[in-house]
Design a protein around this ligand. Structure first.
Ligand code: MRU
Length: 349
């Protein structure tokens, strides 16, 4: 299956439902869900049926629209704002969720006072614009990243920042799709398994293999060994929120990869839409980090529980990579290098 033919997240053609591929079932089952109710969209985001920072934002945008669509005429605004509040509580780290909901709220401010059909149509158009822009941005990130690639290179990635994490193409894997399109040969992609939720094994490896790429899966603790053997030429990762100084939060384990990359002298790039850059935060210490259920570590994927009852579990879903470990941040505007503050301001942020 061509991964670019997968619709990660979209509005159904008749505009009646959010349609997502259920990522908790991949790679073994390909099933789509049609969701209309805010509580179901909230659940889908929280339980990672739809996941990846940009995809979460797109889903939330459509979720806010659907709340207005199904509200009685006299309650459109009330139900819309309540849905925005609810959806904002689904996950804390990816700023794209709040970016999309803020855009929807601004659209509602502009539309308020119009007849209900015009309000609903305006909200649908705004949510669709968020999705369409995401696709264009991912393609631009792919073009910029492609400039760093040469035939035969080994690319390491962590978690999944591919087409499944965005409306299409992805961020960290977008340069690989761009390379395929350009006919570049011999790329090797290494996917960190990404404990505990296995986005690398289940999603990135699935995507890359399906795209016909030479793909190798490794456990997270094998990355150092792979780098030492000289197999990794460049690292691309995605990102959930970047602070104004360039500190970047991404899936737990990313900062360890960056530290190893520095040790072995391997370039480490963070790929993200500029909307992922949160200029209101001076450094990464201010980025809220989601902590998830202990069972993801002790039980999930195992036939039997694999940890003693009663043990305390540390399960942050994200960590922050210090800006000094990042070779460059690739957005739709190009590749920024340290110092990141001035570079981001040069992008109009
Ligand atoms: O918990 P997840 O699977 O939503 O985490 C996803 C990541 O960490 C991605 O790398 C990030 O959202 C960037 S997606 C283009």
């Amino acid at each position: 299956m061509d991964p670019l033919k997968i619709d990660t997240v979209k509005l159904s053609p008749d505009g009646s439902a959010l349609v997502i591929i259920d990522q908790t079932l991949l790679p073994n089952r390909v099933e789509y869900l049609s969701l209309t109710r805010t509580e179901d969209i909230f659940e889908a985001i929280r339980s990672l049926r739809v996941r990846g920072a940009p995809a979460i934002g797109v889903a939330a945008g459509f979720g806010a629209y659907l709340a207005a669509k199904y509200a009685p005429d006299e309650e459109i605004e009330e139900r819309f704002y309540a849905a925005c509040d609810d959806l904002a509580g689904a996950r804390p780290t990816a700023v794209n969720l709040f970016y999309a909901l803020n855009r929807m709220k601004k659209a509602m401010e502009r539309l308020s006072g119009n007849v209900p059909s015009a309000v609903r149509e305006g909200l649908r158009a705004e949510a669709q614009a968020i999705m369409d822009e995401d696709i264009a941005i991912s393609r631009a990130i792919g073009r910029h990243g492609l400039a760093l690639l040469r035939p035969g290179m080994g690319i390491l990635t962590h978690c999944n920042a591919g087409t499944l994490a965005t409306a299409k193409y992805g961020t960290a894997l977008a340069p690989v799709y761009a390379a395929l399109e350009a006919g570049m040969e011999g790329l090797r992609v290494y996917c960190d398994e990404t404990r505990p939720l296995l986005q690398g094994a289940r999603l990135s490896a699935f995507e890359m293999l399906s795209a016909g790429v030479d793909t190798t899966l490794l456990c997270d603790n094998m990355a150092s060994s792979l780098m030492k053997e000289g197999k990794v030429d460049i690292i691309f990762v995605g990102c959930d929120r970047v602070a104004a100084n360039g500190d970047a939060a991404n899936k737990i384990g990313t900062s360890a990869v960056a530290i190893l990359a520095k040790h072995y002298g391997i370039p480490f790039y963070v790929c993200a839409p500029s909307s992922t850059i949160d200029m209101s935060l001076t450094s990464g210490t201010e980025i809220p980090i989601e902590h998830r259920a202990p069972e993801e570590v002790t039980e999930l994927w195992y036939e039997h529980r694999m940890a003693p009852e009663g043990v305390k579990v540390y399960n942050p879903a994200f960590d922050v990579t210090d800006a000094e470990l990042i070779t460059g941040i690739i957005s739709e505007h190009g590749i920024a290098e340290a110092p990141y503050g001035p570079a981001f301001r040069g992008w109009g942020l």
